[in-house]
Every structure is written in structure tokens, then in C-alpha cells.
Design a protein around this ligand. Sequence first.
Ligand SMILES: Cc1cc2nc3c(=O)[nH]c(=O)nc-3n(C[C@H](O)[C@H](O)[C@H](O)COP(=O)(O)OP(=O)(O)OC[C@H]3O[C@@H](n4cnc5c(N)ncnc54)[C@H](O)[C@@H]3O)c2cc1C
Length: 427
Amino acid sequence: MKHENYDVVVIGGGPAGISAAVAACRQGCFTLIVEREEILGGILKQCIHDGFGLFRYKERLTGPEYAFREQNELNSLPVTVHTSTFLVDICREDEGDGFLMTFVSPDGMLEVRAGAVITATGCRERSGRQIFLHGERPSGIFTAGQAQGFVNLKGYLPGKRIVILGSGDIGLIMARRLTLEGAHVLGVYEIKPEPSGLTRNIAQCLEDYSIPLNLSTTVKSVHGRGRMTGVTICRVDEKLNEIDGTEKNLSCDTLILSVGLIPENEILDKLHVPRDPATSGPEVDQDQMTGLPGLFTCGNAQHVNDLVDYVSESGSMAGRAAAEWAEGRKYTHKAGASIRIKMNRGEGLLYQVPAVINPHGSDPVFYFRAAKTMDGGRLSIKDGRGDEIFSKSFTFLKPPEMERFSLPVSFFQDGSDEFYMDLEEVV
Ligand SMILES: Cc1cc2nc3c(=O)[nH]c(=O)nc-3n(C[C@H](O)[C@H](O)[C@H](O)COP(=O)(O)OP(=O)(O)OC[C@H]3O[C@@H](n4cnc5c(N)ncnc54)[C@H](O)[C@@H]3O)c2cc1C
């Protein structure tokens, strides 16, 4: 087995991991980035549509163009890159507060020691099994990302008559992509009364191509032996229960699932890193540090972001903080790292990150999603005594669209042992 030592190791070579490695290296740290695929870029490699980088580069880039810019920056720095290398185990060092990792690589097993670790492992798609899809088990059922990989990377069309279940962004983008490739997309069927994708994707991917969006409707069962021959759809009530008598059979050869993404963190289970149930990602402070000092996370592994610009921003924050941690500069006394003041949330919020604040940390950048669509909303933060310390108004809020704002850390240095954030609808 080979052995290597670094100040900072980044796991995952998507946009979050690349930004993290760039930031750590710029702080003077001896940095390694590890990616299980043959090339860096993460999910961006297969996202050939444009719309990436509007905030970061003030341009409408395609996914590969965005990834290329990020990689150019990485290549200009002395960062070690191991591709086709997969993390199989991570644990605390027997002595000290560093980490010991085991990877499989084309050269065999690799053992790496690091002062700080950043996980940037992205997320995975929910499958038919996770939404209890009933009926036969024919071929022709794909997740939207799988179908995107087939079309954009391998040049295969997954089917000709296509039904899309779920209105997540990847499904909307694939509705357009498959139409452009000559397939007939019968419609997008969404169980909720509102679409889950971005407004711009509803307009640009469905409305512009006259693809129907059917809300409060789901796929009840799948038919076909060998290859799929059709699906039965039906309407649902406000409690999402299927309404008898509303069933309709659709003849199709392919069902594409766009029913949600889950942060990919199973590799951390052994370390018992506290998770935020609202995001399924590790609970981090404003420096992206998890409840395990020295372990940081960023990008979609932390929470599913809507824009890649925010993914890169969280990577840069994690990279800077991990470098300072590894060099012993973060928190004058490392014990300060364990101070994690809970930011409780009210029912108006689907979630907010960070979920904990360290009063010795950096100025926090908050991202949040509203729990429901609001024409106007007022966000407030209260301290432990119930006094409002901050408020901000927003004109229009929808759960699929993330909001961002930043505050000086001094707001959180009043000695409170908890804070409370909520969002109220203002009509
Ligand atoms: C279909 C689709 C369309 C999108 N469209 C837009 C858009 O129009 N505009 C926009 O701004 N954003 C868009 N996004 C969002 C954006 O692309 C993602 O938010 C971003 O790519 C997430 O970056 P990441 O680095 O967190 O994760 P990823 O890009 O998923 O990268 C994670 C990397 O970690 C690696 N990895 C995982 N586990 C391990 C392991 N154990 N060992 C080694 N490596 C590992 C993976 O192979 C992967 O390369 C889209 C996303 C998707 C999926």
C-alpha cells in the first residue's frame, strides 16, 4: 500500500471540490483532490445546456464550460489530483486530530493522512424504489440524470414516447433535451400542486416546447414485460392520496424519474457526523465545519443547491477554513471550534444553512428556502432572549429557489446560547 500526507484532502472533484481545493492551496496548504471518475467536473460534464455561472462569471455558460474554467484555475496551482480513485474508508488518526483515509486507485490501495478533510461528494437521485413505484418491472425506467448521461455523453436515446414523473430541474431539462433529439415527451406529471423546478426551467423547457405540465397527478403503475408499454396516471387529493376513478392509461416506452436528490454522505456514517434532518447533509457552521472538528463539507453533499455558483461559493469557504484549521490558525484555541450555537428554525422555512453558528468563526453567509410560495416574505432572526436582531424583506419566494444573504458574525456574539430564524408571509 502507498502512503501520502497532506494538509488538506478534498474528496470529490465536482465544482464544489475544485473550488475547495483551489482555496486551500491558495492559503499555502499542501492539498490533494480525489475523484472517483476519470476526469474532474462532477455532474457538470453531462449538463450541456447553458445557464451556469450567471453570478460567478456574469455569463451563461454550459456545464462543461463552467467546469473547464474551474479546472484551469486548479491546473495553475500545485494541487495534487488523483482521478479514478475512490474513498472507501475514513477514520480519525489514532493520535492527534487529523484523519486517516483509504482509497482504491488504479495503482492499488492508497493510505492518506490529512490535517483537515473536505467532503464534496455531491448528491444522488431518488430512484423508483424510493417512491414505491408499482406495477411490472420492465426496462425503460431511468432517472433523469441517467437519461441525461446516455444522451449527452454516450449518444444514446433512451426511448421515443416518454413520460416524465416529477418536475425537478433535471426532469424539466430532459423534457426539452429529449424533444430536441426527436422523442415525443407526452408530459411531465407532478404529484404536488406546485412544480418543484425553477421558474425559468418551466418557461424555457416546457412552455417553449408546448410540453404539458400536469400538477397533482402521479404515475399509479407501470406496465410491460421486457420493455415498458405504458403507465397508468391518476389525480391526487390535497393529502397526495390517489383519487379513484381518475386513472388514465398512457402508451409509452420510457418513464423518466425526476423525484428528488439526496446528499451523498454514507461514507461519513462511521464517523457519526451529526446530520441536519431538513437537508440530509451534515450540520455545518458558517465555515462549513461539521460537528467533527477538522471535517468540512460543501456543495450538494451538504444540501441540494439550485445554482452551481452557490456550490462553488461553499467550496471556497470550506477550502479557506479547512486550510486555516490544518495550519492551526482557525480559532485561536482549537477548543473554540466546538462552540456551536443552534440556529433554530420556524415553520416558514423549509431549511436554512448554516444550522449552527460559531461566534469565533467568519461572517456567516445564509442560504434558505421558503416552506411554501409567498408573494412577499419577512425573514427575522431572534436571539436567545426573543429579541429581534435582524430582519429582511423578500418580494417573491418559492421553495425551489434558494435565497442568500450575509451578516457580520458580531450579530451572534451577544452571549446567546441559541438563535431563531423564521419567515413570515407578508401580504
Ligand atoms: C441535471 C442537472 C442540471 C443542472 N442544471 C443547472 C443549471 O442550469 N445551472 C446551475 O447553476 N446549476 C445546475 N445544476 C446544479 C449543479 O450542476 C450542481 O449543483 C453542481 O454540479 C453540484 O456540484 P458538487 O461539486 O456539489 O457535486 P457533483 O458535481 O455531483 O460532484 C461530486 C463529485 O464527487 C465524486 N465522488 C462522490 N463520491 C466519491 C468518493 N467516495 N470518492 C471519490 N469521489 C467521489 C463524484 O464522482 C463527483 O464527480 C444542475 C444539476 C444537475 C444534476
